[in-house]
Design a protein around this ligand. Structure first.
Ligand SMILES: [Zn+2]
Length: 686
């Protein structure tokens, strides 16, 4: 349903805040000298008073173990400084109560130089915490180092000892101080497609989209802050149980820091975050740095690669994306049930009717790729009975009706895809067993009544791939081979944890099992899609439902959070097909108030949504989108720029030099292809 690491240790140990006047690190000679015979990069680690000084290629980091603060000196400019008064770093649960603790509260703080072949820095161990009246058996290590070849900072949180699973959250590194300076200073956030928060933004930050990675809060696990031309960027390298904490009172300033959440009840494993410092940058620089990270780590897989593995992916190029449905059925207990007009609770269109509509659409669009997404084709329609959705809706034509629709679509060159779902788990599904639902720490399964199909729980993702396999084996037995499958919510719903002893699961494992669901479909030569582009899914899927902008208070309607910018497109445009609305100017899901969604569709060079029986103007708008996507859909978006102080005129550039300029005030656009310029919209051109 839409909507919803360990290293060898070198050198010294210094106890606590009371440091000797001449610490050994300063005297220790060659191993801390300014050359690295292996890498040739200047690195130095020494102690100065309470602080440790780590000097790398591009900056010097001052680490203060006493209060957990960090100061970064750059060759020019004021540098960056975290504030120890920015809130406590640890949240613990002891004697049945939550408590906040500071690193400063630890009675033992032991620091030592630690060196690896790739980074040098300092490790500090914290222990001797107290919670309430008694001591708390907890020891964590924090590491601050500079990577030799990149000069980037690495921060690591390592839970060493927590036998009671007391540590619930660690919020470190601390936020950097960030002054109010209007649009000169802004925070870069991949909250949905992306936004910039001016440092003095008038609105108080309300945490509309939560804090976690792999959700709308962060389609991609990174963010940054820009101050005039300089800035820094944060990349969560252990994203699964991570997130962002933003504080921004009305009028600013903005403070951002990583949050590390517990996994199955404790911090459990080491967390690492990379900080990249720039002398000159903007949000595009940061998107491009993350694109490089995504390529290095395998998150990025281009559409060209996906097409090479499955030629059907090529049918998404310039495609008109048609969403249509068979049966919407509301169960009486569903919040969507219409009590005043019971007939509205069962809206049926047969497979044969959809087949003839698609045949007519093909006649009108003989040259255009068409992708069809079919909702509600299962036994009792949309969002009902999952995962036991077979046979296909008997009232609409059953096995035969669905087979004919799939076959006729394929014959007409239409890429025909089924909407499917393996997380919502309905009590009245034929094989339902609460034993297979996810369980919380007390063994309880979530239950609710959220969508059309009534009472449900959440299927543990460990079970999902086997249900996917069973259903597509059954469809194959009936000679039904859709061209694609959409696995609902797998890419967007929070990653689930499961405490069931028979199928325990961490959030990282949840992402793995969801990916296995995608791969089961892909292995059958079908094009895989899911809801929104949280980037763990990018390597496995070819398209999403949508990836528009974060609005206040939710994507249904409202102004943009800050200033909308296409961060996701700057990273992944050539890795994923993203359809956008090509509707007439009016409020659309994920489109900021006052903006025309069609112009965002063009600016992002996305595919275009189209009704199954489109009007002429819609067809004309879709043609413009299709032509653009046909040309640049498989190409990198290389730049985005604001062209006026009002930020209403914007331009994107693609790898072949094509530029798209839009004016949200005048509601016009200009596309400059090599040797050809197109002005729009088409309805004005008439
Ligand atoms: Zn489980």
């Amino acid at each position: 349903m839409r909507g919803v690491r360990y290293f060898p240790i070198a050198a010294v140990v210094i106890l606590g805040a009371a440091s000797p006047a001449h610490p050994r690190a300063e005297q220790s000679g060659p191993q801390h000298a300014n050359q690295d015979p292996k890498g040739g990069t200047k690195m130095e680690v020494r102690q100065q008073g309470e602080e440790w000084v780590i000097t790398g290629r591009d900056c010097t980091a001052w680490w203060n173990p006493a209060d957990g603060s960090v100061r970064v000196e750059m060759p020019a400019g004021p540098g960056w400084e975290s504030k120890s008064n920015a809130g406590k770093e640890l949240k613990v649960r002891a004697q049945g109560r939550d408590a906040e603790l500071s690193l400063a509260d630890a009675s033992r703080k032991e620091s030592e130089v630690y060196k690896t072949g790739y980074a040098d820095g300092v490790r500090t161990r914290y222990s001797g915490f107290k919670s309430g009246a008694g001591p708390l058996d907890l020891e964590i290590a924090l590491q601050v180092s500079i990577e030799k070849t990149t000069g980037e900072l690495l921060f690591e949180v390592i839970p060493l000892r927590d036998p009671a699973g007391a540590l619930e959250e660690c919020r470190w590194p601390q936020p950097f101080a960030f002054a109010k300076a209007g649009m000169k200073n802004y925070t870069v956030l991949p909250c949905m497609q992306g936004c910039l928060i001016p440092s003095d933004w008038a609105q108080e930050w309300k945490g509309w989209y939560g804090e976690r990675t792999c959700t709308r809060a962060l389609y991609m696990p990174w963010w940054g802050q820009v101050r005039a031309d300089e800035g820094y960027q944060v990349i969560l390298e252990t994203p699964w149980d991570g997130g962002i904490r933003v504080t921004h009172p009305a009028g600013g300033p903005t403070r951002v820091r990583p949050v590390w959440f517990s996994s199955l009840g404790s911090l459990r494993y080491s967390r690492r975050v990379r900080y990249v410092f720039y002398q000159k940058c903007n949000y595009v620089t940061m998107a491009k740095r993350y694109r490089r990270y995504a390529i290095e780590t395998g998150l990025f897989r281009s559409l060209a690669e996906k097409e090479a593995a499955n030629p059907k992916v090529g049918q998404l190029r310039g495609a008109a994306v048609v969403h249509t449905s068979i049966l919407y059925h509301m169960q009486p207990e569903s919040p969507y049930y219409n009590k005043t007009n019971p007939a509205a609770n069962h809206q049926l269109t047969s497979f044969a009717t959809r087949q003839s509509q698609l045949a007519k659409l093909r006649e009108r669009l003989p040259e255009t790729n068409i992708y069809v997404h079919l909702d509600g084709w299962g036994l009792r329609g949309y969002d009902n009975l999952h995962p036991d959705i077979l046979p296909p809706c008997p009232e609409a034509g059953g096995w035969e009706g669905l087979r004919e629709l799939a076959e006729s679509s394929a014959k007409q060159g239409i890429l025909f895809a089924l909407h499917d779902q393996y997380r919502d788990y309905y009590f009245d599904a034929a094989s339902f067993d609460l034993a297979l639902a996810v369980k919380g720490p007390g063994g309880e399964a979530p239950t609710g009544n959220w969508w059309l199909g009534g009472k449900q729980s959440i299927l543990c993702a460990t079970q999902a791939p086997s249900y996917v396999k069973r259903n597509y084996d059954m469809l194959a037995e009936h000679k039904i081979f859709p061209g694609g499958v959409y696995l609902d919510v797998f890419a967007i719903a929070d990653l689930d944890e499961c405490y069931d002893p028979f199928h325990p699961m961490t959030r990282e494992q949840c992402a793995h099992y969801r990916a296995l669901g995608f791969r089961e479909i892909r292995s059958r030569g079908m094009v895989v899609s899911s809801e929104e582009p949280v980037d763990f899914a990018v390597p496995d899927i070819a398209l999403v439902h949508h990836a528009p902008y974060a609005l206040v208070p939710n994507p249904e309607k409202g102004p943009a959070i800050g200033i909308a910018v296409p961060l996701f497109s700057l990273v992944y445009h050539d890795a994923l097909v993203v359809p956008w609305s090509a509707e007439a100017p009016k409020g659309t899901w994920g489109i900021p108030d006052g903006d025309w969604g069609f112009l965002h569709a063009l600016l992002n060079a996305g595919a275009g949504y189209m009704n199954i029986e489109p009007g002429d103007e819609e067809l004309a708008r879709n043609r413009a989108l299709s032509q653009l996507h046909q040309r640049v859909g498989w190409l990198e978006m290389t730049d985005h720029q604001f062209l006026d102080d009002g930020l209403r005129r914007q331009r994107t550039t693609f790898a072949d030099g094509t530029t798209v300029e839009v004016d949200f005030s005048a509601r016009t656009y200009t596309i400059r292809y090599a040797g050809k310029t197109v002005h729009g919209p088409p309805e004005k051109a008439k």
